[in-house]
Design a binder for this molecule. Structure first.
Ligand code: ATP
Ligand code: MG
Length: 561
């Protein structure tokens, strides 16, 4: 990634927005119309979010509109479930297509008419070659392709065969309709591309009305033209398709003349954004579903507790460029932390509890101390947290023989319990195996609220929960799905992280967390950001770790696989 890519940009500072601004200023367009065109063959992921934020973002910024158009030309792979999920995710991300919801399948009749138009103009023909033969005669980057023996069929024969294709007279794969452009073109996309295939498969929207379906290339630009899209923004792999995009528009009586512009797709380290791989992760049971919190899908990120603002902020920070790059996952996590640090309420939870008994605190007694919901935002208010004789702290916060730089609890040492009192460890009680199972401590009643009247200091402040009312909880630590920074899409299984999910079953959380059904992330003090998972049961909440307080992925990456 270049420094320019990494720089934080103000909205309106990329080459796409420059083009749009110039087109509006020159009067080439009165208003900008963009579209987000997902194929409903999977769930949306963080890469799609870049395209959504760009398309809907420029429409908003320049007072235009953005259409949501399902590119539903391949019924063999597409499902209604995906259509619903995509709509939900675009809305969740904060965008609205208003009345402008479209489907490529809305245009099947028009596209078909345009295919006949090309046939009549001598610019398309029915080819009886098999898919393999077509592939074998397409040529290479250095050699031209070979003309099909069916290339010079008469217009009448082509029309007759194409109509019979539509009527269902031929089996799958028997024939295709191809554009007649140039088998020797330096651009392979112009070597008589396929326009229609026979596919006897019902379509989620058109049912059994069709058994021939248009190719992506034949459907996409014409759909743009029908909707009067002004700027058709797509990713770089379509750059070589642009001459074909233009060829269709020049050779068909389309109602408008959109233009295609390409930008770099988002790639993220430790992440795979190929829909094929994501589908395999789901189907192969490597994750629990499209909304598994480890998935880079918007549904997964939502379940993990990532707020949509953080995704928009991340996309804004990476900007839009024309050169492919790989963005550090740390940058995404940074954006998540920035948003959650500002917005997430603070709570206390102990993931690996160690019991503490305050020997000088009266038995059977307890009190409430005041805890701030957000350190920088007094408006977030306070809550009352119970303190008593038996508490739990984090096991990691105690060491029997601490090394020099360990400042937390140890025998004889005094620390602060957040919002409560100073305590001093008097004894570590061990079980038969020699493990510390309980700490005997004393507290200083004069330090209520966490400050000593004599001004003495402690080196550490620990979070804690009270034994009397803490609620048992399960916490799922979500780690990257892959162990290497750039996992290969062809052999993704080799770099799957066996520790992508760590489940802690014996956690304890303060009661406010159990009572709260809010799915938004909170900060567990000193631990990170966590959100309630839908697997929660009454009295037994389940939390996902959205992100730690600092980079944890770097450590994971460095650990031997
Ligand atoms: P495929 O075409 O292989 O099914 P896709 O990821 O391209 O996968 P689409 O549904 O066609 O899926 O994508 C919809 C839009 O999102 C397209 O305009 C595409 O260019 C854009 N898009 C997809 N992946 C990314 C990405 N990683 N970064 C930016 N834009 C993306
Ligand atoms: Mg695509």
């Amino acid at each position: 990634m270049t420094a320019v890519d990494r720089a934080v940009r103000e909205p309106g500072q990329d080459f796409i927005r420059d083009i749009i601004r110039a087109d509006l200023e020159s009067g080439r367009h009165k208003t900008v119309v963009t579209r987000f065109p997902p194929e409903p063959n999977g769930y949306l992921h963080i890469g799609h979010a870049k395209s959504i934020c760009l398309n809907f973002g420029v429409a908003e910024e320049f007072g235009g509109r953005c259409h949501l158009r399902f590119d539903d030309t391949n019924p063999a792979k597409e499902e209604q479930e995906y259509i619903e999920a995509i709509k939900r995710d675009v809305r969740w991300l904060g965008f609205d297509w208003g009345e402008h919801l479209y489907h490529a399948s809305d245009y099947f009749e028009q596209l078909y008419a345009w295919a006949e138009h090309l046939i009549r103009a001598g610019k398309a023909y029915v080819d009886d070659q098999s898919q393999e033969e077509i592939r074998a005669t397409r040529g290479t980057l250095t050699e031209p392709g070979k003309n099909s023996p069916f290339r010079d069929r008469s217009v009448e024969e082509n029309l007759d065969l194409f109509r019979r294709m539509r009527a269902g007279e031929f089996p799958n794969g028997a024939r295709v309709l191809r554009a007649k452009i140039d088998m020797a073109s330096g651009n392979i996309n112009l070597r008589d591309p396929v326009l229609y295939r026979i596919l006897h498969v019902p379509h989620p929207r058109t049912g059994n009305a069709w058994c021939i379906y248009p190719s992506y290339d034949f459907a996409h630009g014409q759909s743009d033209a029908i909707e009067h899209i002004t700027h058709s923004l797509c990713t770089l792999e379509f750059e070589d398709h642009r001459p074909l995009y233009d060829w269709f528009l020049e050779n068909l009586p389309v109602p408008s003349r959109p233009r295609q512009y390409e930008f770099a797709r988002l790639n993220l380290t430790y992440t795979v954004l190929s829909k094929r791989v994501l589908t395999e992760l789901v189907r192969g049971g490597h994750v629990t579903g499209w909304d598994d919190p480890r998935m880079p899908t918007l549904a997964g990120l939502r379940r993990r507790g990532v707020p949509p603002e953080a995704i928009r902020e991340f996309v804004r920070r990476i900007g839009v460029a024309k050169a492919n790059s790989v963005v550090d996952l740390a940058m995404f996590e940074h954006a998540i932390r920035d948003v959650l640090n500002r917005t997430a309420p603070r709570r206390m939870a102990v993931l690996r509890p160690l019991k503490v008994v305050i020997e000088n605190y009266p038995e059977g007694q307890s009190e409430e101390v005041e805890a701030a919901n957000h350190p920088d935002d007094p408006a977030a208010g306070v809550r009352r947290v119970r303190f008593g004789r038996e508490l739990y702290i984090e096991r990691d916060d105690f060491m029997e023989n601490p090394p020099k730089k360990f400042f937390r609890l140890a025998p004889g040492r005094e620390v602060r319990l957040r919002y409560a009192y100073f305590i001093t460890c008097r004894e570590a009680v061990k079980n038969a195996a020699g493990e510390v199972v309980e700490l005997r401590c004393t507290y200083d009643p004069a330090t209520r609220g966490g400050n000593a009247p004599d001004g003495r200091k402690v080196q550490a402040t620990l979070h804690w929960v009270s034994a009397a009312d803490a609620v048992p909880a399960e916490v799922r630590l979500i780690n990257p799905l892959f162990t290497c920074p750039e996992p290969s899409a062809s052999d993704f299984a080799a770099s799957l992280n066996p520790h992508s999910l760590e489940v802690l079953k014996d956690c304890l959380v303060e009661p406010a967390l159990a009572a709260d059904n809010d799915p938004r992330a909170v900060q567990f003090e000193r631990l990170g950001y966590f959100c309630r998972d839908p697997d929660s049961q009454p009295g037994r909440p389940v939390f996902n770790r959205t992100v730690g307080l600092r980079d944890t992925w770097a450590k994971i990456a460095a650990a031997p696989a």
